[in-house]
Structure formats: structure tokens, C-alpha cells
Design a protein around this ligand. Structure first.
Ligand SMILES: Nc1ccn([C@H]2C[C@H](O)[C@@H](COP(=O)(O)OP(=O)(O)OP(=O)(O)O)O2)c(=O)n1
Length: 106
């Protein structure tokens, strides 16, 4: 999902600032939610968000997601693909194609 080089850059950024002490799973989960709210804020008053702002907020969400995955010793690509298989079973194509209904309502 991201290269080891990118992961190392993220970790170096945190280590240089002695911020690892703040990067507990709890704090990182909160940070994901806070940055996700900032992403949503881009669309607060309408659909035409400024692409550069969206890009920055999305980068923050992804950054904290990568930190949380690392803190919990999880491989981002592996957990996304694992979850995709679970979701695939919940939403078989013949039942869910063209429908946004939740699997429990279909
Ligand atoms: N203890 C911290 C603080 C910040 N960051 C990194 C992760 C994010 O990519 C970015 C977030 O920085 P800010 O908290 O300053 O948030 P914003 O960039 O969204 O600033 P603002 O809230 O002013 O829009 O910095 C981090 O890894 N660990």
C-alpha cells in the first residue's frame, strides 16, 4: 500500500520530534477521526471543495491510519484485502448491484 521507504520517512518524522510517546493506538484513533472531520469540513457548505484542501486533509487521515496500523503491528494492504473478502461475502453481486442498501436491509 505504501513502500517501506515511505513508512520509514513517517517514522523518522515522528522520532526526530520525540512524538512516539504520543502515538498510542488510542491517540492515533482519535487523530484519524479528527482529521476525517477536517476532511468533511471541506464539504461543509457544498459539493465544491477546494482540491488542495481535500488533498491535505486526506493525506492527514491516511498518515494517521498508517501510524495506527504500524503501532498495532498490522499490514495495511493485508487488512484491507482481508476485509474486502468479508465485505464481498456480505454483498454478493446479484443482490447488491446498483443498490446502496445495507446488507442487512436488502
Ligand atoms: N503529534 C503529531 C502531530 C502531527 N502529526 C502529523 C500527522 C499529520 O499528517 C499532521 C497533522 O498536523 P496538525 O495536527 O497540525 O493538523 P493539520 O495539518 O490538519 O493542521 P490544522 O488543524 O491547522 O489544519 O502532522 C503527527 O504525526 N504527530
Amino acid at each position: 500500500m505504501v513502500t517501506e521507504e515511505t513508512q520509514k520517512k513517517l517514522e523518522a518524522f515522528v522520532a526526530e520530534r520525540d512524538w512516539k510517546q504520543f502515538h498510542t493506538p488510542e491517540n492515533l484513533a482519535k487523530s484519524i477521526s479528527i482529521e476525517a472531520a477536517e476532511l468533511l469540513e471541506c464539504f461543509q457548505w457544498g459539493p465544491n471543495a477546494e482540491p488542495d484542501r481535500v488533498k491535505e486533509e486526506l493525506a492527514d487521515v491516511l498518515t494517521y491510519c498508517l501510524h495506527l496500523a504500524r503501532a498495532m503491528d498490522l499490514d495495511p494492504e493485508e487488512i484491507v484485502l482481508e476485509k474486502l473478502e468479508i465485505t464481498r461475502k456480505k454483498y454478493p453481486v446479484d443482490k447488491s448491484r446498483g443498490s446502496s442498501k445495507k446488507y442487512s436491509e436488502a
